[in-house]
Design a protein around this ligand. Structure first.
Ligand code: ADP
Length: 456
């Protein structure tokens, strides 16, 4: 179905209103005018008849000459039995009995009577006024005047001018109105990117804000996605290039046995990096997916933290870092996998960005509504300017250190995502060269609706 246009709709509405106005106005004007005309004619006739009555000459009408009175006004005198005694326009011998004429009948019974009848001539009506005389006969005066059609005809030019005016005014106001309503909307649609351009009217301001916000969000997320894709491609390319290079050297046969072992090790390391990277990307895209409905269960964060520390024992040994977990049991209702990722990544970083013979100290605290997991390390620390950026995808403070230690640059991005979904929050306290403390606060019902929306 084709969409209706506001312009057309408003124009049509104004046209209908003007037509109704024109028709109504014409009716009122015509009826009013005609009514006034009728009243004037009857008033004149009545005054004339009363004058004639007061003169008294028509009390004995049979002897009067025919040419008496005004020739535009016909005078007739009718006897009680309906016979015509006098008429100044027609010979009385030619006239029929007048007792049944409504105005005459009315005058005989009430003293006066009125009637309007069609004339022989088109466009004209005859107005009759009858009055009872002293001698009980009835004096009737009659005059021809315009009927309603001729009034309409006479008023027609005026009505046409008025209609044209009404139509003109309505056309101007409707186009003005549509312009004021539609223009800002069109303008807005054309200038979606101009943040400072605001609508003229307060009524459409909220719509503009909403649409613009959504528009900016869409642009932002499209940009982020594009950036992410570019970064991923870049991150995949480096280890693949290395693998391909080492494989080629082995393939050519020039590498000694010793070299071959070294190259194979490089190939394995780079493959591991690729696997880590792809795993992290898979995790992120799972968390990103709108259909993602995490299953929840009761999870003791103390037990979970111990498990994660245990999993990282080898890595801790490698970096000569001592990891200890202490504190209280604290149960939260949450998604187990997501919590594992969160705690694992934090301890993993605390080990990898530590110094030889440093420590990682993990404390779990059970509060009334929250469980806190605090990961403290004695590592290299994070400068204040980087503390927010480290949660961005692929952001690393020291790229080579991250890569050397098998980092993907996605660990904290996953942590941030998990916190958003579970309603957890984090405080960072870090001094460069001394160490970092990351304090995560997990609500006990960490997937209650309000947590999730509050975290956004
Ligand atoms: P990566 O895989 O590189 O470790 P992350 O997203 O986990 O990626 O972390 C992003 C960056 O934040 C790291 O490259 C590192 O520079 C910094 N970082 C994270 N945790 C710590 C920490 N405990 N101490 C010092 N720097 C850290």
């Amino acid at each position: 179905m084709e969409k209706k246009s506001i312009r057309q709709k408003i124009n049509a509405l104004f046209l209908i209103i003007s037509l109704i106005t024109i028709v109504g106005l014409s009716l009122l004007l015509t009826v009013g005018f005609y009514e006034t005309l009728q009243n004037t004619v009857f008033d004149q006739l009545e005054a004339y008849a009363k004058d004639l009555k007061s003169i008294g000459v028509f009390e004995d009408a049979s002897k009067l000459p025919m040419n008496i009175g005004d020739d535009r006004i016909r005078i007739t005198v009718v006897k009680k039995d309906g016979r015509v005694l006098f008429d100044n326009a027609v010979k009385i011998s030619d006239m029929s009995n007048h007792s049944s004429r409504p105005e005459v009948e009315e005058a005989f019974s009430n003293g006066e009577g009125k009637a309007i009848r069609k004339s022989a001539t088109l466009n004209k009506s005859t107005f009759y006024y009858a009055i009872k005389l002293q001698n009980d006969s009835v004096l009737r005066v009659a005059q021809e005047s315009e009927n309603i059609w001729s009034v309409i005809f006479r008023l027609l030019p005026l009505l046409l001018i008025a209609s044209a005016l009404v139509l003109l005014i309505s056309f101007i106001s409707s186009s003005h109105l549509t312009k004021t309503i539609v223009d800002p909307i069109e303008e807005m649609a054309n200038n979606m990117d101009l943040v400072e351009s605001t609508g003229k009217y307060k009524e459409i301001q909220p719509i503009i804000e909403t649409i613009r916000k959504q528009h900016l969000d869409i642009i932002k997320s499209a940009k982020a996605r594009q950036e992410f894709t570019a970064n991923v491609s870049h991150e995949l390319k480096t280890p693949l290039t290395a693998i391909s290079g080492y494989a080629e050297l082995i393939e050519s046969g020039i590498a000694s046995e010793e070299d071959t072992a070294r190259f194979s090790k490089e190939i394995r390391k780079n493959s591991e990096r690729l696997i880590n990277l792809i795993n992290d990307i898979i995790h992120l895209s799972e968390l990103d997916s709108e259909a993602f409905q995490p299953e929840t269960s009761e999870v003791d964060l103390y037990e979970l933290t111990k498990e994660m520390a245990h999993m990282l024992e080898l890595s801790a040994e490698k970096y000569q870092v001592r990891v200890s977990v202490w504190g209280e049991h604290g149960v939260v209702v949450t998604n187990r996998n997501m919590m594992e990722e969160l705690v694992y990544n934090l301890i993993d970083n605390a080990i990898r960005y530590n110094k030889p013979s440093g420590t990682v100290d993990v404390e779990v605290r059970n509060l009334a509504k929250f469980v806190k997991v605090i990961v403290r390390d004695t590592g290299i620390g994070i400068g204040i300017e980087d503390q927010e950026r480290i949660f961005e995808r692929f952001y690393r403070v020291d790229k080579s250190h991250s890569k050397e230690t098998g980092g993907t640059g996605l660990g904290l991005a996953i942590v941030k995502h998990v916190m958003e979904l579970s309603g957890a929050t984090m405080e960072i306290d870090s001094t460069v060269g001394k160490g970092t403390s990351m304090k995560v606060t997990v609500p006990k019902n960490s997937f209650a609706k309000n947590n999730v929306s509050n975290s956004k």
